[in-house]
Design a protein around this ligand. Structure first.
Ligand code: SF4
Length: 310
């Protein structure tokens, strides 16, 4: 028997929110108009090779709107589906701690109290935008309402990190993680499957390594090739093998089997806008991807953490 409730054989975000807050919580993606140290010349200029001009904020509202209006616009859309849910403003686009603390503080403090539905905030960032002063701020915010800090890693393999032009190494990630965890702030890590040159064994090693670290959540994405990115140019000039849905499913299930069962899985597929996605097209069918993963977990009669080795 697996240790998870309901249909799923892994620790889902939705179950973890329900347990923690008593009902459905949805994230409301926001674009605070930030940039990224990997784009503005501090660490690099091109950004990660797969990064779209919106900096992964393709599903936020129009960034010309102020943040509260963005929140209300997206929230009202989502309430049609979940009328009674709580919300979590989600600073998603680009690097959301990459600004002076005096700029960040009022934005985050306001977001914690946009309205009574807000149970916490989520902030996506990079390890090199987490200075002591920013961590002090996150610590203070976290004492008011929970802060879920998302830190992009993508891979533990330095060769792949160099290829995708991450602009930081694993040591930077681990240093930031340690500093943030010392303050008790919850950390969600992003990784990408299907990076060119990475084998299944490499992707599993990324999970094994994460198991040695103090993380609370994980997002797994398939690599997307999108228009207007450096990766699109590379893919057209030197096409490489993109994982098929079957391959992605098989690898992801193996990753779930190895993952620490305490870690909450926030995502097992990415979202890419239909009009700019070049490959792989199967990721557009998010429900199919989720179903395939569930089906294989059931078929193998396996679950998160089955092969977790402390
Ligand atoms: S860290 Fe994020 S926002 Fe910055 S270039 Fe990479 S993907 Fe884009």
């Amino acid at each position: 028997m697996h240790a998870f409730n309901g249909e799923k054989r892994y620790n889902t975000l939705s179950d973890s929110y329900k347990l923690r807050f008593g009902k459905k919580v949805f994230k409301v993606p926001l674009d605070g108009g930030f940039t990224c140290p990997n784009k503005d010349g501090t660490k690099g200029t091109g950004g990660c090779i797969y990064c779209s001009p919106s900096g992964s904020g393709d599903f936020t509202a129009d960034k010309a709107m102020d943040l509260k209006t963005q929140f209300e616009t997206i929230k009202s859309r989502m309430l049609k589906k979940w009328p009674d849910a709580y919300t979590m403003p989600y600073f998603q686009a680009n690097t959301n701690t990459y600004a002076p603390v005096e700029t960040l503080k009022p934005l985050f403090e306001a977001a914690q109290f946009y309205d009574d539905s807000v149970v916490g905030i989520a902030i996506a960032t990079r390890c090199d935008a987490l200075g002591e002063d920013v961590i002090d701020l996150l610590d203070a915010l976290n004492k008011v309402k929970p802060v879920q800090l998302e830190i992009g890693l993508q891979t533990i393999h330095e060769k792949s990190a160099a290829f995708i032009n991450r602009g930081h190494d694993l040591a930077c990630f681990e240093k930031a993680l340690k500093a943030v965890r010392q303050r008790g702030i919850e950390v969600v890590v992003h990784i990408i499957n299907g990076l060119p040159g990475e084998s299944e064994a490499d992707m599993l090693k990324t999970i094994d390594h994460l198991n040695t670290l103090d993380i609370q959540g994980l997002k797994i994405h398939m690599l997307h090739v999108m228009e207007h990115t450096a990766l699109a140019k590379y893919y057209r000039e030197s096409p490489f093998h993109m994982l098929t849905l079957e391959e992605y499913t098989a690898i992801t299930v193996k990753q779930i089997e190895r993952l620490n069962p305490e870690v909450v899985i926030h995502r097992l597929s990415g979202d890419a806008p239909r009009d700019t996605l070049i490959a792989p097209k199967w990721t557009l069918k998010k429900l199919v991807v989720m179903n395939e993963i569930d089906k294989l977990l059931r078929k193998k009669d396996t679950h998160q953490g089955l092969y977790f080795n402390k």
